[in-house]
Design a protein around this ligand. Structure first.
Ligand code: AMP
Length: 323
């Protein structure tokens, strides 16, 4: 996950919530991808704090360093090294076809190569650990298909070594932002942070767009078309979900009250995690130790892979005079 600060509801429902379950069933690595983040620009002075904030979110939601490996991408330089080597087998045309590249490229007058190469680094993030499976959102399916293609091409050129990782696609789909229109995303400013204090949660939820046809409290609403209602389904208990739908359809309760109930449900859902986050923030040395330890464990695996990759690609010149 990119370090864009503390996680939001979309990250939680689309990723973190599932990851916590996956760590019970698989040997997992969870990586904060700061090398990827630099392609988005931004002030470098902000990046270290964003990494720590995301690490706090990871730990607070229940990713457990005893069960999986939690680390920061730039601590394991093998990621960027493998990405460079994968450049040798990645067709330019494949990268140019990526939907995310085409979307992002439009925002630049002169497109940085990093925006084009982003999926190659992503392939390296995955294949460095010879991962069998990757939990990704629907939007990342194309990049994962490219990762499989890179694995196939590399294996064809240098001998079978990398598995073709499967996508583990969640059933939550795309969580809409408070505008009720676009995907919830930091860059669109339509998020609610999971670790936000109760008054901040309310300040955000109160701006949520509801059924546009319901202009007055006396107009009957259509919960099935209202994004506030779909958020209720994720965070409120089943009887509350039913009750707010009933009250909305019958114009018995207004949108502001409905949002208050949603805000309370979000606050209650994340209360234990907010507490854990506060404890963690008070112990920065603990977070540092966890990430240091994670990087050490990740490096062991990364180095095993790179020893084979370097040897197969002829990057072991010391053998040169033995021939
Ligand atoms: P990002 O913050 O875009 O790097 O996303 C990190 C993870 O959160 C990825 O697995 C995304 O698929 C997931 N994610 C981010 N935003 C959303 C959203 N609005 N709905 C569902 N999943 C999301």
């Amino acid at each position: 996950m990119q370090p864009t600060g503390e996680a939001h509801l979309g990250n939680y429902l689309g990723a973190l919530h599932r990851w916590v379950e996956l760590q019970e069933r698989f040997d997992c690595l969870w990586c904060i991808v700061d090398d990827h983040a630099i392609t988005a620009g931004g002030d470098p002075r902000d990046l270290p704090k964003k990494v720590v904030d995301l690490a706090v979110s990871f730990l607070a939601v229940g990713l457990d360093p005893e069960k999986s490996i939690l680390f920061v991408q730039s601590d394991v330089s093998e990621h960027t090294e493998l990405a460079w080597l994968f450049n040798a087998v990645t067709p330019m045309g494949d990268l140019e076809r990526m939907t995310q590249y085409k979307d992002k490229a439009q925002r630049f007058e002169s497109v940085p190569v990093g925006i084009l190469n982003y999926p190659v680094l992503q392939a390296a993030d995955i294949l460095l650990y010879r991962a069998d499976a990757v939990p990704v959102g629907e939007d990342q399916r194309q990049h994962l298909e490219l990762t499989r293609e890179i694995a196939r091409k590399w294996n064809a050129g240098y001998g079978d070594f990398f598995p073709e990782p499967e996508a583990i696609i969640g059933d939550e789909g795309r969580i809409l932002g408070l505008d009720g229109n676009a995907k919830m995303s930091k860059s669109l400013g339509n998020t609610v942070d999971i670790m936000a204090e109760p008054d901040e949660v309310w300040a955000r939820v109160r701006t949520a767009v509801t059924d546009p046809q319901r202009l007055r409290k006396s107009d009957p609403g259509r919960p099935e078309l209202c994004n506030v209602h779909s958020l209720h389904r994720h965070f409120s208990s089943p009887d509350v979900v039913e009750d707010v739908a009933h009250q909305c359809r019958g114009a018995l309760r207004g949108c502001v009250e409905c949002k208050h109930i949603l805000s309370d449900s979000i606050v209650t859902t994340f209360a234990p995690m907010r507490e854990r986050a506060a404890e963690l923030r008070a112990q920065p040395e603990r977070i540092r130790d966890i990430l240091d330890d994670g990087a050490t464990r990740a490096r062991v695996l990364a180095r095993e892979t790179m020893a084979v990759v370097r040897q197969r690609m002829g990057l072991d010149w010391r053998k040169g005079w033995k021939r």
